[in-house]
Design a protein around this ligand. Structure first.
Ligand code: ADP
Ligand code: ZN
Length: 728
C-alpha cells in the first residue's frame, strides 16, 4: 500500500506537521476534486501537489511560467529523492530528449513545464500516452487579464484541461483579488466550493516604518545587525541602486547591484551569487526577486517608497520564506511622496486616478499608529482580528510610553507659522535645530524667534514628531509642494487649550535581538557556523544553492539538539529519508567531534517540541490547557482571542484532547457553526454511517457543500455525545 500524506510529509520532506489548509487541499486533490489554492508566497503551496504526485499512479504536470524556478524545484526534489524533470526553452537538446524519455517510460512523478512548451506539437500526445493524473497550474493568476502578469498562453490551458478530463486540476497563486480568482475558476471550470484561501498574514515578518533622515547611516546601522545574513534593499531608481551599492561596498559589505540597466548576463551573475550565499546583500530596483526562491533572506529594506501596497507586500514577502523571523524596514519621507507625485502627474488621466488611490493607501499604511497588519491585510480583504500582532513597530511601542509633547508641538507649529506655512518638515526642522544651511540663510530664517529652539532633539526625532503632528491633524501638507499648513486644532494647542500626547523616538533603530526561530531559544552558534560551511562545500560541489542541501532551520535545530545518532538526526526539521542517507553521516561526524571536544550532550528534541506546544499560562500542553478551559465552561470564541488562534485551530486542539481519552462537553460547539439544525442532523447521520475517523468521505458525501470547519465542529459534537474512543 502507498504511504498516506502525513507519512510522506515526514519521510520525504522531513516535516512533522502540515501547515494550515495543506492537509485539506491534499485530501481534496487525492479525491480528484479540483482546487483553487490562494496562499501567500512561502505559504507552502508546492507540497499541495507534490505529495499527491507521490501517491498518484500517473504523471503530475506542473505548469509554470517561471523557468528559473523550475530548475530550482527539480533540484530540491532530486535532493529529496523524488524524481522530477522539466521541459522548457532553456534546456539543452540532449537533456530535453532525456527528459522526454523518462516521461515515456513512466519513470518520473512530476513534470515541470512552461506553458508555451506544453502547447508545442507532440507534447500533448506524449502526455496523453504517458497518462496524466494531476494538472497543477502554478502562478494561476497569469490566466487572467485582470492580474498583474497576464500571459496569453495561459488562456489555452483551458483546452489542455479539457483534454485531460480525468486528471484533477489544482490552480495555485499568491494573488488575491476576487476578480482574478473568479477568472481562474471560470477558465479552468473549478467549482466555488473547492477554493482554499490561506491567511495573508506572514507572522514571522517584523514590519517597521522609520522616518528617513540619514538613509545611508540608517541602512548601515540596520544591516550591521545581520552579520553573515542575506538581505535585499529596494530603491526607486537605477542610479540610487548604483550609488548605494557602491557606498555599501566601500564600507565593506558583501553587496551587488541589480536593475534593468545591467546586462542580462550581469544580472544573472549577481542573482546567482546571492542565491548561493556568495554575496549577502542585493541592492535592487523592483525588478529583483520574481524568479528566486531563496528561503533565508533575513531582511528587506525599502530605501524608497514602494510603488503601492501590493508591491510592498510582495517585496517584503521575499524575506523569511523559511518561516524564521525576518526584519522589514521602510524608510519613509514626505519628500519621496513628492517624487512619486511628480511621476504620477506624467501619466495619462485614467492611470493618474488609480495611481493616486494606490498612493493614498500607502500613506494610510505608513501613517497609521495602530497595528500595521490591520491596514496591510485589509488591503487584501482580510480582517485582522488580533489587535496587537507584537511584530510591528506600532505594536511594540507601549501605550505607557506616550508622553506630553505639547511644548514640542508648540515649538514646531510656531516655526511652521513663522516661516510662512510654505515649507516642508525638513526646512522647519532645520530652523528649529539652528542649522546654517543655505536655504535657512537665503530666507533669513536665522533671525526668527524660533531659530535654534529645538536643539535638544535630533533631526530624526523631530521628523518622527512632525509625522505625529500631521497624523493628529495639527498640520496638513500641501500635496503638490509639500508645504505644511496649520489647522484649527493647532490654534487650540497654541493657546494651551489642548495638550498633545505622543512619542519621542529613541535615537537608535534597534532590531530586537531575538533568535531567528522563536521555538528554539538556545543554539550553538559556533556549531551552526561549522555546519553552514560544510553545507556550502557540498552545495558548491553539487552546483546547487546551499538551501537545497539543508535549510537554515535544519542547521539551527541540529545546533540546538546535537543529535549524535542517525535515528535522532531523522527527528530534525527537514531531514527526510533521502537527505539522511546522503548527508546524515557527513554531518554526524562534525556534530560528534564538536560535542566531544566541548563536552556537550545530546538534547532530546521532544523537550523542544513540548516546550513549543506548552501553554504559557499553565505549563500544560496547549491542547490540554484548551480542552480543560473549554470543559470548564470557557466559550470557543473566548479561547480564540485568549490564544490568538483561529477557530479551526481550537477545533484541532479539542479533537486532539479528545483523542487522548478525554470527554468534550457538547453544549458550546454548535453555536460556532454556520450550519442549520437540519444540516447538522444530516451530517451527524453521515458520521453514523461512515464513521468519524476521516472527514474527506463526509465532505464528498455532502457534495462539498459543508465546509471542513463545520465538519470539524459537527464531528466534535458527534463525539462529545459518546464516551472517549481511542481513534486510530
Ligand atoms: P509557496 O510555493 O507557497 O511560495 P513553498 O511551497 O515554496 O511556498 O514552501 C515554502 C517553504 O516552506 C518551503 O521551504 C517548504 O519546504 C516549506 N514547507 C512547506 N510545507 C511545510 C510544512 N508543513 N512544514 C514545514 N515546512 C514546510
Ligand atoms: Zn502589529
Amino acid at each position: 500500500m502507498k504511504d498516506n500524506p502525513e507519512k510522506i510529509l515526514k519521510k520525504v520532506f522531513g516535516y512533522d506537521e502540515f501547515r494550515p489548509l495543506q492537509a485539506e487541499i491534499i485530501d481534496s486533490v487525492l479525491n480528484k476534486q479540483d482546487a483553487l489554492v490562494i496562499m501567500p508566497t512561502g505559504g507552502g503551496k508546492s507540497i499541495c501537489y507534490q505529495i499527491p504526485a507521490l501517491i498518484f499512479k500517473g504523471l503530475t504536470v506542473v505548469v509554470s511560467p517561471l523557468i528559473s524556478l523550475m530548475k530550482d524545484q527539480v533540484e530540491q526534489l532530486a535532493e529529496l529523492g523524488v524524481s522530477a524533470v522539466c521541459l522548457n526553452s532553456s534546456i539543452l537538446r540532449e537533456e530535453y530528449g532525456k527528459n522526454i524519455g523518462l516521461i515515456k517510460q513512466g519513470k518520473t512523478n512530476l513534470l515541470y513545464i512552461a506553458p508555451e512548451t506544453l502547447l508545442k506539437p507532440g507534447i500533448l500526445d506524449l502526455l496523453s500516452s504517458a497518462g496524466v493524473s494531476c494538472l497543477a497550474i502554478d502562478e494561476a493568476h497569469c490566466i487572467s487579464e485582470w492580474g498583474h502578469d497576464f500571459r496569453p498562453e495561459y488562456r489555452q490551458l483551458a483546452d489542455v484541461r479539457s483534454r485531460f478530463s480525468d486528471a484533477v486540476c489544482i490552480a495555485l497563486t499568491a494573488t488575491a483579488t476576487p476578480r482574478v480568482q473568479q477568472d481562474i475558476k471560470n477558465s479552468l471550470n473549478i467549482k466555488s466550493s473547492s477554493e482554499y484561501i490561506g491567511s495573508f498574514n506572514r507572522e514571522n515578518l517584523f514590519i517597521r516604518i522609520v522616518p528617513k533622515t540619514d538613509p545611508v547611516d540608517q541602512t548601515v546601522s540596520f544591516i550591521r545587525q545581520f552579520p553573515d545574513q542575506s538581505g535585499i534593499i529596494y530603491c526607486f531608481s537605477r542610479k540610487q541602486v548604483e550609488d548605494l551599492s557602491e557606498t555599501l561596498g566601500q564600507k565593506g559589505f558583501s553587496v551587488r547591484p541589480y536593475h534593468a540597466g545591467l546586462s542580462g548576463e550581469e544580472r544573472k551573475k549577481n542573482q546567482e551569487l546571492f542565491i548561493k550565499d556568495d554575496v549577502l546583500i542585493i541592492v535592487a530596483t523592483i525588478a529583483f526577486g520574481m524568479g528566486i526562491n531563496k528561503p533565508n533572506v533575513r531582511f528587506v529594506i525599502h530605501y524608497d517608497l514602494p510603488k503601492n501596497i501590493e508591491s510592498y507586500y510582495q517585496e517584503i514577502g521575499r524575506s523569511g520564506r523559511d518561516g524564521l523571523r525576518s526584519e522589514c524596514m521602510l524608510l519613509f519621507s514626505y519628500g519621496d511622496i513628492q517624487k512619486i507625485k511628480y511621476f504620477i502627474n506624467q501619466k495619462p488621466a485614467h492611470e493618474k486616478r488609480m495611481a493616486n488611490i494606490h498612493l493614498q493607501a500607502l500613506l494610510k499604511f505608513a501613517e497609521t499608529d495602530i497595528c500595521r497588519r490591520i491596514p496591510l491585510l485589509s488591503y487584501f480583504g482580510e480582517e485582522y482580528s488580533i489587535k496587537k500582532c507584537g511584530m510591528c513597530d506600532n505594536c511594540l511601542s507601549d501605550e505607557k510610553e506616550l508622553q506630553d509633547i505639547t511644548v514640542y508641538a508648540q515649538k514646531f507649529l510656531s516655526c511652521v507659522k513663522r516661516t510662512g506655512e510654505i515649507f516642508g518638515a525638513a526646512h522647519v526642522v532645520d530652523v528649529l535645530r539652528g542649522s546654517e544651511s543655505k536655504k535657512v540663510l537665503k530666507f533669513g530664517h536665522q533671525s526668527l524667534s524660533t531659530y535654534g529652539i529645538g536643539k535638544d532633539l535630533s533631526k530624526k526625532q523631530w521628523f518622527h514628531l512632525s509625522r505625529q503632528f500631521l497624523h493628529k491633524g495639527l498640520v496638513t501638507q500641501d500635496m503638490e509642494y509639500g508645504g505644511l499648513n496649520l489647522t484649527e486644532k493647532a490654534w487650540d494647542v497654541f493657546k494651551g487649550k489642548e495638550n498633545v500626547y505622543g512619542r519621542i523616538e529613541a535615537e537608535e533603530i534597534k532590531v530586537v535581538k531575538k533568535r531567528p526561530t522563536e521555538n528554539i531559544t538556545d543554539f550553538d552558534e559556533k556549531l551552526f557556523d561549522r555546519l553552514r560551511k560544510k553545507r556550502k562545500e557540498i552545495a558548491d560541489e553539487a552546483k546547487v544553492p546551499p538551501y537545497v542541501i539543508f535549510s537554515d532551520r535544519t542547521l539551527i535545530e541540529i545546533s540546538a539538539f546535537f543529535p549524535q545518532t542517525i535515528e535522532n538526526m531523522n527527528n530534525i526539521y527537514g531531514i527526510g529519508e533521502e537527505k539522511l542517507k546522503k548527508y546524515g553521516f557527513i554531518f554526524l561526524e562534525i556534530i560528534c567531534e564538536y560535542c566531544e571536544k566541548h563536552g556537550i550532550d545530546e538534547r532530546p528534541k521532544e523537550i523542544g517540541q513540548r516546550k513549543r506546544k506548552t501553554s504559557k499560562q499553565t505549563g500544560k500542553p496547549r491542547h490540554v490547557a484548551i480542552g480543560e478551559a473549554y470543559n470548564a465552561g470557557e466559550s470557543i470564541e473566548k479561547i480564540m482571542t485568549q490564544y490568538s488562534i483561529k477557530l479551526v485551530t481550537v477545533l484541532d486542539h479539542l479533537f486532539k484532547y479528545y483523542l487522548e481519552s478525554n470527554k468534550i462537553r457538547s453544549d458550546g460547539l454548535l453555536s460556532v457553526s454556520a450550519l442549520s439544525q437540519k444540516d447538522v442532523q444530516a451530517v451527524l447521520k453521515t458520521f453514523d454511517r461512515l464513521g468519524p475517523e476521516y472527514l474527506s468521505p463526509i465532505f464528498m458525501e455532502h457534495n462539498g457543500d459543508v465546509s471542513y470547519e463545520d465538519l470539524k465542529i459537527t464531528r466534535l459534537y458527534y463525539l462529545s455525545e459518546k464516551p472517549p474512543l481511542p481513534l486510530s
